[in-house]
Design a protein. Structure first.
Length: 138
């Protein structure tokens, strides 16, 4: 994922699970919003998870930038990536940020891939004590 000895992107609430240089959409210095190819702001679906004890490593693999969810989303050319972050203040709490060109692209993908989306969601339920859609942002 990241190069050795690269800085981690850290705030007072979360620490990323990858080097700051791995996240192309955010500037370390001024935290610019991720942009779509036409310079408009990307659509972001933000989820919060409380992971069951002992499931952290598996969760990070499945929900990370190269995990099962990202591989499913990669079927759509308007998917722009996933970022997994861990809350440094609360044990076993994670956020995922799924970046898409538009909200319409995200909704269309979910509709067209509903069966696979629901199957993967059911498989992942065993790892989490709580899952919450924090919001959808643009």
């Amino acid at each position: 994922m990241g190069k050795p000895n690269t800085p981690w992107l850290v705030s007072n609430r979360i620490a990323t699970l990858g080097a700051a240089s791995d996240f192309q959409g955010v500037s370390e210095r001024n935290c610019q919003q991720p942009r779509a190819g036409d310079e408009t702001t990307l659509f972001v679906a933000l989820w919060e998870f409380e992971v069951k004890p002992g499931c952290e490593e598996k969760f990070e693999k499945v929900y990370g930038a190269d995990g099962s969810w990202a591989k499913l989303f990669l079927r759509d050319p308007q998917y722009r990536g996933t970022r997994l972050v861990k809350d440094v203040g609360r044990e076993r709490v994670y956020l995922t940020l799924d970046f898409w060109e538009t909200r319409d692209a995200y909704e269309k993908f979910k509709k067209e891939n509903a069966g696979e989306y629901e199957r993967l969601d059911r498989e992942c339920e065993e790892m989490t004590a709580r899952e919450k859609l924090v919001g959808e942002f643009q």
